[in-house]
Design a protein around this ligand. Structure first.
Ligand code: NAD
Ligand code: MN
Length: 352
């Protein structure tokens, strides 16, 4: 069979990392007898500025038939961030019920963590972030009469389907990893949605008696990400907390430019979407120095999701070998002076 993948390079460094990584992904797939075709969609902020929408009105119908979607990044200096985010990424994650955002944080050998005492392999956890609702539900407003003050309301939404799906995915992952799940909330301050969330963790946890469950409030968890990151295995968190914690996770394993992400519909009724954790990074756009490894590792997650384990492992092993080699090219975010293209060209030589 031939897999069909929709590719949305998006804005800023999105097209830089996506287009450069493609040559590597194509060669690796060919070496593993995996056949795939991509269709490129030029959706994003340039389209918004020209036509008033990030994507066409029938975007979801166009994407529906693909085996997977690959996204670069969105975000443009001339377009409000809430427009770029809600107009593309969130429309796809919500429309395709991609409730599960899986984001591994792994400290590769050869990468320096800002936390000095940790070496390669010492930090190895995966965050399961609720991806379709929570604090990112588009609920609220600014027009409220009857107050003698200006008022804005921003509500968080927690549904049983959205919560149970992410919690179950996290428990499943814990059974396949070290058997430990850390549930991160702020249920002391947010006593409605997050107590509901905690109740669902307790309820679903009864089906997974072998998994050890730890509870942390998000403020304490942030400190523990710095103080004892080696003790985490699987983490489950709401949309906002998972978003924040995964940038922190990327920071402690060396760079945001290394971090991969996946947006998964576990029912597989809809296609899942894969993307690096980082955004469009205006500060380095056009300089040719964006780290492509977050993108390459996101393709690894894509192939893993589609069951192409050997191909996924080949991409992972090439990245691990490159990072462990002190003579290999690396981008400035991880201490080198090479560009995106040189890093990808070197990875191509390391595919087995
Ligand atoms: P960002 O992730 O774009 O950049 C944060 C910092 O990390 C910057 O200093 C950047 O140079 C660096 N960085 C990011 N990716 C890198 C890479 N591959 N290689 C080397 N360095 C890298 O976040 P930001 O600056 O807060 O946001 C910029 C824009 O991106 C905003 O419009 C924001 O809304 C958008 N954004 C989009 C997504 C997404 O598309 N999923 C995610 C986050 C931010
Ligand atoms: Mn983010």
């Amino acid at each position: 069979m031939t897999y069909d993948v929709a590719v949305i390079p998006g804005d800023g460094i999105g097209p830089e990392v996506v287009d450069h990584a493609m040559a590597l992904v194509e060669e690796a797939a060919a070496a593993h007898d995996v056949s795939f075709e991509t269709t490129r969609y030029d959706w994003g902020s340039e389209r918004y500025l020209a036509e008033g929408a990030m994507m066409p009105a029938d975007a979801l119908d166009r994407l529906r038939g693909y085996d997977a979607i690959f996204l670069g990044a969105v975000g443009h200096p001339d377009v409000p961030d809430h427009v770029t985010l809600h107009g593309l990424r969130l429309e796809i994650t919500k429309g395709f019920k991609q409730h599960v955002c899986k984001r591994p944080s792994y400290l590769f050998e050869g990468v320096t963590s800002p936390l000095r005492e940790y070496a390669g392999g010492d930090i190895d956890f995966v965050v399961y972030r609720q991806n379709t609702e929570g604090e990112y539900a588009d609920l609220g407003g600014r027009e409220y009469g009857g107050f003698d003050n200006e008022v804005a309301v921003q509500s968080a939404l927690f549904t049983r389907e959205g919560t149970e799906t992410i919690v179950r995915a996290a428990f499943e992952a814990a059974t396949e990893r070290a058997g430990k799940l850390t549930n991160i909330t702020k249920s002391n301050a947010q006593a409605h949605g997050m107590v509901f969330w905690d109740d669902i963790v307790t309820e679903v946890g009864e089906e997974y008696p072998s998994v050890e469950v730890e509870r942390l409030l998000v403020d304490a968890a942030s400190m523990d990400f710095v103080r004892r990151p080696d003790e985490f295995d699987v983490i489950v968190a709401s949309n906002l907390f998972g978003d924040i914690l995964t940038d922190l996770g990327a920071g402690i394993v060396g760079s945001l430019g290394l971090a991969p992400s996946s947006n998964i519909d576990p029912t597989r009724i809809h296609p899942s979407m894969f993307e690096p954790v980082h955004g469009s990074a205006f500060d380095i756009t056009g300089k040719g120095i964006a780290n492509p490894i977050g993108t390459v590792l996101s393709w690894k997650l894509l192939w893993e999701h589609l069951g192409e384990e050997a191909l996924a492992r080949a991409l992972h092993d090439a990245v691990a070998a490159q990072l462990a080699d002190p003579g290999a090219p690396r981008t400035p975010d991880i201490g080198g002076d090479s560009g995106t293209e040189a890093v990808v060209d070197d990875l191509r030589l390391r595919i087995e």
